[in-house]
Design a protein around this ligand. Structure first.
Ligand code: NI
Length: 199
């Protein structure tokens, strides 16, 4: 099958290649998660391909965001897609330029499966980044988007959300709920709430 495809559609351009890959996730304590990603200087086909695969991986894992470190690539690129968004936001060389306010929220991470934590994040976050066309954009975000921006830029700086948890009691393991009578609905509800903030 693969050979067939290659013969029919030689790789003359990026857009003709439609094999999207779900990339294997790096899980803590993988050292790549603790390294700083490098600033991107060229937006080339390899990067665009990586971005598409990261989006595919984020969807497959039901995450709200994904940073390149999480797929073993130390380049400063992340993707974010809130549940209500139709498209993923691509952030190349993202930087948080301002943080305002504090709020306590619950958070999880695809690289730390099965755990959730309560931590302090900013109420409002301003950030700038390049989109996949290399165009600079700025955003002011609150709620889940602000949280995702702090979480994913943290990844690119070698941080994990657990670094912001000061009290060990605020990190907890998620126990799968088994309810023989209404198992499906409660499991689904729980899964939906878990998915609310993984990145
Ligand atoms: Ni994460």
């Amino acid at each position: 099958m693969v050979a067939d495809f290659v013969v029919k559609y030689p790789c003359s351009s990026f857009t003709e290649v439609s094999f999207l890959a779900v990339l294997p996730l790096r899980l803590a304590p993988d050292l790549t998660l603790r390294q700083k990603a490098k600033r991107i200087r060229n937006i080339d086909n390899a990067l665009l391909r990586l971005i598409e695969d990261m989006i595919e991986t984020m969807h497959a894992e039901s995450g709200v965001g994904l940073a390149a470190n999480q797929v073993g690539v130390l380049q400063k690129v992340a993707v974010i897609q809130l549940p209500e968004d139709d498209e993923a936001m691509v952030l190349i060389n993202p930087e948080i330029t301002r943080r305002e306010g504090e709020r306590e929220i619950e958070e999880g991470c695809l690289s730390i499966p099965g755990y959730r934590g309560t931590l302090i994040r900013s109420e409002t976050v301003r950030a700038k980044a390049l989109d996949r066309n290399g165009k600079l954009f700025r955003i002011t975000a609150q709620d889940l988007l602000a949280q995702a921006l702090e979480h994913e830029t943290g990844h690119l700086n070698g941080e994990l959300y657990i670094d912001h948890i000061t009290n060990p009691d605020n990190l907890y393991k998620m126990e799968p709920r088994h309810n023989s009578e209404n198992g499906s609905s409660s499991a689904e509800e729980q899964e939906n709430s878990i998915q609310a903030a993984k990145g």
